[in-house]
Design a protein around this ligand. Structure first.
Ligand code: SF4
Length: 236
């Protein structure tokens, strides 16, 4: 029986956030997520709607054609929540096929689950720590587990919309440092840039200053695609 692959869209873009900012890649956006972030900017990806079903063959062909006949060799698997248990068999099949074809594969993880069967196979993991403004919690134990299991293989991204978010990240940082001698990953603060918002310069400056005031344990990296294309443009 053929596996079910629920795919919202596959598109070529230049990474706009995190450590790979500026890198051309193909994004494979899974359809279906029940994490429920209140400030989610892609709520259209929440439904596990069967009409989004695609075959592996179609997915691979689209990745190749979007990447100028396979010239672009970086793929980022995103969502939705590609790590929802119902997506896991599909993601495993896709990652194996991409690795056989020589692609570098990054997966965007919501931070709610550590999924070794997938994390062991991919080249890199962009792991989120959800902040209070999202209404979702990433347990500090997940960050500790990632630090122990995947040293050097992941980045931790936190979207910060205000001082409450920043303080929650700093508290998590102190918790993690209590049990971990070294942090083997880059801990990133992404100042929030909401849909319909003009460039939030004050928020960026605040986040930069708050980080400096505590000695700068984090890297502040904005979402460049939002100021290039505007905050409402999808799939860029
Ligand atoms: S995990 Fe991503 S897609 Fe799911 S609700 Fe949160 S921001 Fe939206």
């Amino acid at each position: 029986m053929q596996l079910q692959h629920l795919i919202n869209t596959i598109y070529r873009a230049t990474e706009g956030e995190g450590l790979f900012v500026g890198r051309a890649q193909i994004f494979v956006r899974y359809q279906g997520c029940n994490v429920g972030c209140v400030n989610c900017d892609s709520k259209e990806t929440w439904d596990f709607d069967k009409k989004f079903q695609k075959s592996l063959d179609d997915i691979l062909k689209t990745i190749e054609s979007e990447g100028y006949n396979g010239l672009i060799k970086n793929v980022s698997i995103t969502g939705g929540d590609p790590l929802h248990p119902s997506h896991v068999p599909s993601v495993l099949e896709l990652v194996k096929a991409l690795k056989e074809r020589g692609y570098f594969v990054n997966i965007e993880a919501a931070g709610t689950r550590v999924v070794p069967e997938i994390f062991d196979l991919v080249d890199y993991i962009s792991f989120d720590m959800k902040t209070p403004s999202t209404g979702v919690k990433t347990p500090a134990k997940n960050i500790i587990k990632m630090n122990e299991m995947y040293p050097g293989k992941f980045q931790l991204k936190c979207v910060v919309s205000d001082k409450t978010d920043f303080n929650a990240v700093y508290d998590a940082y102190k918790d993690v440092c209590q049990t971990q001698e070294n942090l083997h990953f880059t801990w990133i603060l992404t100042p929030c840039y909401n849909t319909n918002e003009t460039f939030p310069m004050e928020r960026f400056i605040d986040v930069i200053n708050w980080n400096e005031e505590i000695g700068g344990p984090f890297r502040v990296i904005g979402q460049q695609h939002k100021w290039i294309f505007g905050p409402n443009k999808k799939d860029v």
